[in-house]
Structure formats: structure tokens, C-alpha cells
Design a protein around this ligand. Structure first.
Ligand SMILES: Nc1ncnc2c1ncn2[C@@H]1O[C@H](COP(=O)(O)OP(=O)(O)O)[C@@H](O)[C@H]1O
Ligand SMILES: [Mg+2]
Length: 311
């Protein structure tokens, strides 16, 4: 029998308060080596505060976190060589070149002098920056800056990488290419903890954690989340008039959300509250003509909507 591998990251009851406000509320989870964990949630839900605690930058009010068995709170310095962190406002030095930024971070992360040139070469190749080594950082486009920031966070080859909204504000093409890089890193054995508010990106993670109002509401594979929370609960309705349908259903008990999806009304139904027949009857009773009610494949956005409405 295979022995279960030790979690790379083990988080138990992690909590952070700022005065009376609880920014992260008893969050518990583990991450296995090689996973790409997507940490999702709206602005202000506690994602960055979680990462800052996991990187040893701020202390938890309660709870523990360990990385490779090392307690982050008690021993933040011992954790440092094992983690890379690309923060939301990653500091690149605009007046330095690409190469100089990498050299600077090699120093910050104590890369041995004998290994520095080799590591910088690897990172430049990985990020596709070989032809830009002497470019000033201020001249780089958003997509290239982001790749350089990633390279700087990886310069010491950490087994665990924290990325805090690395793709926000980057154009869709650069976003896709950045995700290709993330997969490449993961297949090379780097474990990745990435926050995002792009639901389409979450679909590509090994597992997805949903943060909402400081609490971790769910954590599972994308397929697992959909089958647990949303079996048959996402419907597309063809009706006339459509807009009135959405308005009526938005205020209806048992409907987590109703929105326009092209020429359909997309509806998330709380489990057990409605059937296609009973909903058709309700709409018809309000003078709406229902052409069809179809169960559709749910998205992670649907799952999140339902979870947020039920919490
Ligand atoms: N140093 C701080 N002092 C007071 N409140 C803070 C501090 N840092 C974060 N917060 C609050 O904690 C909440 C969660 O913030 P954050 O973790 O940055 O959320 P997210 O990254 O999900 O957008 C927010 O309401 C924020 O204002
Ligand atoms: Mg944040």
C-alpha cells in the first residue's frame, strides 16, 4: 500500500483579527506536493491575509501553519528558503534591468554565488526573457513584468510558490501564457498556491478553495465541487419576456441567482426547492411564456454563487 505523502502545507484553524474585525476565520486545509491550489474569493475575503500568514510576514491571532513540517509562526526564517512569494504589488526595480532585478532577488533569497548564474539562466529560459536581459524593467509591458516578477519569486527554486492575483490586470493572451508557465512549473514538481478572482482560471486548478467573508466555504476538485453542490441545479430557461423572468426569479425564494446568459435566463436553484414543472407553473402564473427549461453544465461560478447565498 502506498503511504500517503506528508502535506507540503498544513493549515489548522488559522485566524487573523485586526482589532474587532476577523479577516481570516479558522481556516483549515492541507496541500499535497505538486498541487495547483486555486484560492478564490471576492475582494476583501481574506486571501492576501492568509498568504501573508503562510509566508511568515504577519502572525496569526490563532491557529497554526506548517510548511514541510516547519512551523511558520515559530520559525519564519527556516521557512523562507522553501517558499517563493509573488505578492499583489510585487516590487520590481524599474531603474534596474531584467538581469539586475534577478541578481538582486538572488541576493535577497541567499542563492549561493556559485549557483547564481545558472539559476538566472534557468529562470530567464523558463520566463522566455532571454532576449530581454538588458532591457530596463520600466520598458516592459504588463505581461513581461509579470513574468519577470515570477522569475524573481522562483530564483531560489522553492518547492512551494505563492502567487497573489498574478494575472489581474493582464491581457487575456498574456493570462493564457502565464497559465502555461504555471502548468510547466507544476509538472516540474513545484507546488503552487494561487489566488485569483477569474473563475475560468479556477477550472484549471487541481483543487479550488472558496473564501467568502473570511471563511473557507469549500475546498475540492472542480468536478467534486460541482457534483457536491450543484447536481442538476443550474438551469437555462427560454422564456418571453426574458428580462422580466430574470427580475421575477431574482427575488424568488429557493433561487440562489438568476441572470441573463445570451438569449436564456440562467438560474441556480437551491437543492430540492423547485422542479422544472413547478417553476414553469410559477412563471406561467405571472404571465410569462416558458418555451423550455434545460439543465445545463454548471460552472465554478455557479457553485460559488450558491455557496455564497447559503452561507
Ligand atoms: N493590516 C490591516 N489592518 C486592518 N485591516 C486589514 C489589514 N489587512 C487586511 N485588512 C482587512 O482584512 C480584510 C481582508 O483583506 P485581504 O486579505 O487583503 O482580502 P483579499 O486579498 O481577499 O482581497 C479586508 O477587509 C481588509 O480591509
Ligand atoms: Mg488580496
Amino acid at each position: 500500500m502506498a503511504t500517503p505523502s506528508l502535506p507540503l502545507l498544513d493549515v489548522q484553524g488559522l485566524t487573523r483579527r485586526f482589532g474587532d474585525f476577523t479577516a481570516v476565520d479558522h481556516v483549515t486545509f492541507t496541500v499535497q506536493p505538486g498541487e495547483v491550489l486555486g484560492y478564490l474569493g471576492p475582494n476583501g475575503s481574506g486571501k492576501t491575509t492568509t498568504i501573508r500568514m503562510l509566508c511568515g510576514l504577519i502572525k496569526p491571532t490563532e491557529g497554526t501553519a506548517s510548511i514541510l513540517g516547519i512551523d511558520v509562526t515559530r520559525n519564519p526564517e527556516a521557512v523562507k528558503p522553501h517558499i517563493g512569494y509573488m505578492s499583489q504589488k510585487f516590487a520590481l526595480y524599474d531603474d534596474l534591468t531584467v538581469l539586475e532585478n534577478l541578481q538582486f532577488y538572488a541576493g535577497v533569497y541567499d542563492v549561493p554565488r556559485s549557483e547564481e548564474a545558472g539559476r538566472i539562466g534557468e529562470v530567464l529560459r523558463m520566463a522566455g526573457l532571454e532576449n530581454r536581459t538588458n532591457a530596463f524593467t520600466r520598458e516592459l509591458s504588463g505581461g513581461w513584468r509579470q513574468r519577470l516578477a515570477l522569475g524573481c519569486a522562483l530564483i531560489h527554486k522553492p518547492p512551494l510558490l505563492f502567487l497573489d492575483e498574478p494575472t489581474s490586470g493582464v491581457d487575456p493572451v498574456a493570462r493564457r501564457e502565464f497559465w502555461d508557465l504555471i502548468y510547466e512549473l507544476a509538472s516540474g514538481g513545484t507546488t503552487i498556491f494561487i489566488t485569483t478572482h477569474y473563475m475560468d482560471e479556477a477550472e484549471h486548478c487541481t483543487r479550488v478553495a472558496f473564501m467568502y467573508r473570511s471563511k473557507l466555504l469549500a475546498l475540492d476538485t472542480p468536478a467534486g465541487l460541482k457534483s457536491t453542490y450543484l447536481k442538476g441545479a443550474a438551469w437555462d430557461l427560454a422564456t418571453t419576456p426574458l428580462l422580466e423572468t430574470v427580475e421575477l426569479l431574482s427575488g424568488t425564494e429557493g433561487i440562489a441567482q438568476a441572470s441573463l446568459h445570451g438569449d436564456r435566463a440562467h438560474v441556480i436553484v437551491k437543492p430540492g426547492e423547485w422542479t422544472p414543472e413547478s417553476l414553469t407553473e410559477k412563471l406561467t402564473g405571472s404571465g410569462i411564456t416558458v418555451q423550455s427549461v434545460e439543465t445545463v453544465e454548471s460552472t465554478l461560478e455557479d457553485v460559488f454563487t450558491l455557496l455564497a447565498h447559503s452561507s
